[in-house]
Design a protein around this ligand. Structure first.
Ligand code: SF4
Length: 349
């Protein structure tokens, strides 16, 4: 068990600064991290990069976070979504004792602030009624992370988290309770979980659980420290050709454009075949975010599909329009080139 350090926060704000661009995965303009440190300690997690001590050694319990958030929300637009997705799991074991996440959700509920949270823990079900009420009067979405459906591999990659099948059951139960749910395949790791059979198994399981949408992104290796963690993971998984990572990363922090494109095409094609939405569909957030955020998300989600399917020009137009609209800086003539112009105008009116 980790050490719990009950803490009052410094003067630093609880919320991140408003993002310069809307997060198309999590629909968010702001990010909020509840606990600092994560007892689940998944070895691939990039939260290991922040801090000198092991991620799962000491968990800081921010006793005054809900009150501080309450004050900060005076300056936040109610059409902006706050994502509780960063750096730690909001329902890690400490939540059973301290309930900071529950108190935080209550603050967001009282203010009618849209939110999305990501967790691997079935403890979130204890707040299902609260989340359902939040989504009924506004917007509350729950996501979980999935890296494999293989329980043996899951044991090696995320041994302290509930098994993947249980996480999908958790989402199915939340969905039955009236909460929109999504799955983040995060990260897709070359050699570890990027095979056709591994991706197919995860997407099929998502479809069977009837989740509302999926997203994915690729393992990021920003520095040598993380690279050695990745090498440890690979050693745990089995023998592997070192050249594989060298070829895919080419000395960069992220996968090569060719690798990304091939996997994006495969994942998108499989999702379409299974009737799985890729990125949160508009029906979930329509009328629940500011018109600018709704339009920007619609454009970015469309741009992703356009790019993967080779419509690069339209993808660039939609991406640029999304940035302009989110920043409140739309040049009226710019919409003329978009096939979505009519829809976007209707949202913005
Ligand atoms: S549960 Fe999430 S935040 Fe915690 S270590 Fe695992 S991946 Fe990181």
């Amino acid at each position: 068990m980790a050490n719990y350090l009950r803490d009052f926060m410094s003067d630093a704000p609880v919320l991140s600064a408003r993002r310069p661009t809307i997060n198309e995965f999590f629909l968010s303009a702001y990010t909020l991290s509840i606990y600092t440190g994560c007892e689940l300690g998944c070895p691939y997690c990039d939260s290991w990069l922040f801090g000198d001590r092991p991620l799962n050694e000491t968990i800081h319990i921010p006793l005054d976070l809900p009150q501080r958030l309450d004050a900060e929300l005076a300056h936040v637009d109610r059409g902006d979504l706050i994502a509780i997705t960063a750096l730690s799991d909001p329902y890690q074991p400490a939540e059973q004792t301290y309930r900071i996440t529950r108190q935080t959700l209550q603050v967001l509920a009282d203010k009618g602030q849209p939110c999305l949270l990501q967790t691997k823990s079935a403890s979130v079900l204890e707040d299902a009624a609260l989340l359902q009420r939040m989504n009924e009067s506004g917007l509350a979405i729950v996501m979980t992370t999935l890296v494999t459906m293989d329980p043996h591999l899951s044991e090696k990659l995320e041994g302290k988290a509930p098994p993947p099948a249980l996480r999908l059951e958790m989402l199915a139960e939340l969905k039955r309770a009236g909460v929109p749910v999504g799955v983040a395949i995060l990260p897709v790791m070359p050699y570890v979980n990027d095979t056709q059979s591994a991706l197919r198994a995860m997407l099929r399981a998502c479809a069977e659980a009837r989740v509302d949408f999926v997203i994915w992104d690729y393992l990021h290796i920003p520095n040598e420290r993380h690279r050695s963690r990745v090498n440890e993971i690979l050693a745990r998984v089995g023998s592997f050709p070192h050249s594989y990572y060298r070829d895919i990363y080419q000395g960069q922090a992220t996968v090569s454009a060719a690798y990304r494109h091939d996997r994006d095409v495969e994942l998108l094609g499989r999702c379409d075949g299974l009737g799985l939405e890729v990125r949160a569909p508009q029906r979930i957030f329509a009328g629940k975010l500011s018109p600018a955020n709704e339009a920007a998300l619609l454009l970015k989600h469309s741009a992703f599909r356009d790019r993967v399917q080779g419509r690069d020009r339209v993808a660039r137009i939609h991406h640029s329009l999304a940035e302009q609209i989110y920043a409140g800086d739309l040049r009226p003539a710019a919409l003329r080139d978009s096939p979505l112009a009519l829809t976007i105008r209707e949202i913005l009116e």
